[in-house]
Design a protein around this ligand. Sequence first.
Ligand SMILES: Cc1cc2nc3c(=O)[nH]c(=O)nc-3n(C[C@H](O)[C@H](O)[C@H](O)COP(=O)(O)OP(=O)(O)OC[C@H]3O[C@@H](n4cnc5c(N)ncnc54)[C@H](O)[C@@H]3O)c2cc1C
Length: 381
Amino acid sequence: MRILLVGAGLSGAVIGRTLAQAGHDCHVIDSRDHAGGNCHTERDAATGVMMHVYGPHIFHTDDAEVWDYVNRFADFLPFQNRVKTTSRGAVYSLPVNLLTINQFFRRTLRPDEARAFLECQADTSIADPQNFEEQALRFVGPDLYEAFFKGYTEKQWGCDPRNLPASILRRLPVRFNYDDNYFFHRFQGMPREGYTAMIRAILDHPGIATDLNTPYDPAMAGQYDHVFWSGPLDGFFGYRLGRLGYRTLDFERFDYDGDYQGCAVMNYGDREVPYTRITEHKHFSPWETHERSVCYREFSRAAGPDDIPYYPIRLVREKALLEDYVRLAQATPGVTFVGRLGTYRYLDMDVTIREALDTGRDFLARAAQGRSPAAFVHAPL
Ligand SMILES: Cc1cc2nc3c(=O)[nH]c(=O)nc-3n(C[C@H](O)[C@H](O)[C@H](O)COP(=O)(O)OP(=O)(O)OC[C@H]3O[C@@H](n4cnc5c(N)ncnc54)[C@H](O)[C@@H]3O)c2cc1C
């Protein structure tokens, strides 16, 4: 079959590869001038630093098949994300752990003592937290909430944390040990030559043709047996029912001679600091040496029509509109909606790859049985 895949990010590349290996003729297009989607990395011409152009990306997974898959296409080096945060003029370790608690309260608590101490801080009158703020107050109390969660969340989501669902915050967002590895997953690493090189290698197959600088035109669909769409779900339909809400990010670049902050990611928890974090890109490649450094200050705001959509908002209004778009998509033959934009969900890279592998296999299985492809292999709702 002739297959069109819209988007040369992880979703388009992995589905394209799966289908090309099964003998199908795949055409991947992207409106941008590079492959890699939002995981795109490129070397900065002035400094040689590997840049995470659309924000910091750290690969982490428990999925052994996905880990084997990425290691076929890139040389992964060990990398653990150790984030710090600046709050009220002091630097603390994140995620909130025993070191953070002891620094913040100027104590020398052991794990059991810290657990008991935090129980006294917590607002136990909140039996059933109804929103983000109540969830935080219930589990960490007002001091840690104000310092580490409130201001950051307000900046990130642009709203009062009382208007966000409790589910955004894990049940107990604190560790009672000194583990400051941001992720729990068994496999964690960084591709030596960046994500775009890895995604180009996935696309490098005789059954795949890739065209960049090529936006989708609805007239293209007629030339193919099937389309996989990893662009915005509402965008496929020309936003005819309205726009699904997203947060977008602005990155303000500055250069520095030497080491600016000593770590890859420094969060800023105070409401008065307008940015959420500073990323210093060279620390994502600790095996490289660069005298000069490039940093991004990261600002979050509501996405306008011409902005890059980053984080789906998925509050009540968006979910109602999403339901309408899902119904429309299910009534549209010849297209499968995939990936973070096509299904309007936040997806880590490993989940994106897992879903893309499943989607490719589902398509092949249905084709073998003479069944039509699904509109969604992974439901957005
Ligand atoms: C700020 C940020 C940080 C992140 N950090 C991490 C992390 O640390 N670890 C992790 O595992 N994951 C992280 N992620 C998630 C990761 O970015 C996604 O898993 C991944 O990008 C999803 O790939 P995708 O192919 O589905 O979508 P995308 O990467 O968005 O690719 C979609 C592509 O479709 C193209 N496209 C859209 N519309 C059209 C059109 N009309 N015509 C042609 N092309 C079109 C776009 O240009 C884009 O290249 C992060 C995400 C964000 C937003």
